[in-house]
Ligand binder design. Structure first.
Ligand SMILES: [Fe+2]
Ligand SMILES: [Fe+2]
Length: 252
């Protein structure tokens, strides 16, 4: 079983850049399942029905979200339709969309989405207890946990807390890839942050001049997706060969 997990796809240009590269990646790594974090796909905030369809055309099996889950109102319709989108399981009111189980041949892979609580300013249930609760109750051959969180410590701690599951704990949200991909002591795959897929020269996806100005004068700015060169950040989990590989593609 080989799983491709693509980090936060940012804006419509990020969606297009993924579309442009995904076939080659699938071929090169012999990918069976594709999972994408889509919380920023619509102009940096949320997801639309159109983008959902774009992901489906690319052969994506599951879309995870994050703190921008509800930033575009089309999410409500998408979730009601029984789509394969996960929103963080530890949102207190989330009773049915926190995880999804995919079948591939005779095996099952359960994808769980969680939000960290450090620096997140959202009322959330404990992601550690929620993860355990789901894993204890949902029998699956493999588990992929998207831990969408700001603090590296919270992600690392969750990795160790869940170490031993046949699966991976993958960090998202900071949009900056880390180079600490690893197999933990009891065999679980881990990375602190996969990184984003979208503009390379912005500040985590946003037009850099706007963010510089925000830091200079303290005023809120409207987020506008950066233009120009693109990047794609992802990981491949190869369960059979016990390997986690980073993919970092940057336009020159
Ligand atoms: Fe994000
Ligand atoms: Fe986020």
């Amino acid at each position: 079983m080989r799983v491709l997990f693509v980090g936060d796809v940012y804006g419509e240009d990020g969606v297009s850049f993924l579309a442009k590269n995904i076939d080659e990646i699938k071929k090169q790594y012999k990918i069976n399942i594709v999972i994408v974090n889509g919380e920023n796909a619509s102009g940096g905030k949320g997801i639309t029905k159109k983008i959902y369809k774009d992901f489906m055309k690319m052969g994506v099996s599951c879309i995870t979200m994050g703190n921008h889950s509800f930033s575009n109102k089309e999410i409500d319709e998408l979730l009601e339709d029984g789509s394969n989108i996960c929103i963080p399981a530890n949102y207190p009111a989330n009773t049915k969309n926190g995880y999804i189980t995919i079948k591939y041949n005779n095996e099952t892979i359960t994808v769980i989405n969680l939000l960290g609580r450090v620096y997140m300013n959202i009322p959330l249930d404990c992601p550690f207890k929620k993860a355990k609760e789901i894993i204890d109750n949902v029998k699956s051959d493999y588990y992929i946990v998207d831990m969408h969180a700001e603090a590296t410590s919270e992600k690392k701690a969750l990795g160790y807390y869940l170490d031993g599951i046949n699966g991976a704990v993958l960090g998202t949200h900071t949009h900056v890839p880390t180079c600490d991909e690893a197999i933990l002591e009891k065999g679980t795959f881990y990375i602190t942050d996969v990184g984003m897929t979208g503009p390379l020269d912005g500040v985590i996806g946003v037009e850099k001049e706007l963010i510089i100005q925000k830091f200079l004068d303290g005023r809120q700015v409207k987020n506008v997706c950066a233009k120009g060169r693109m990047q794609l950040n992802a990981v491949v989990i190869d369960f059979d060969n016990k390997k986690i590989s980073r993919i970092n593609i940057k336009e020159k």
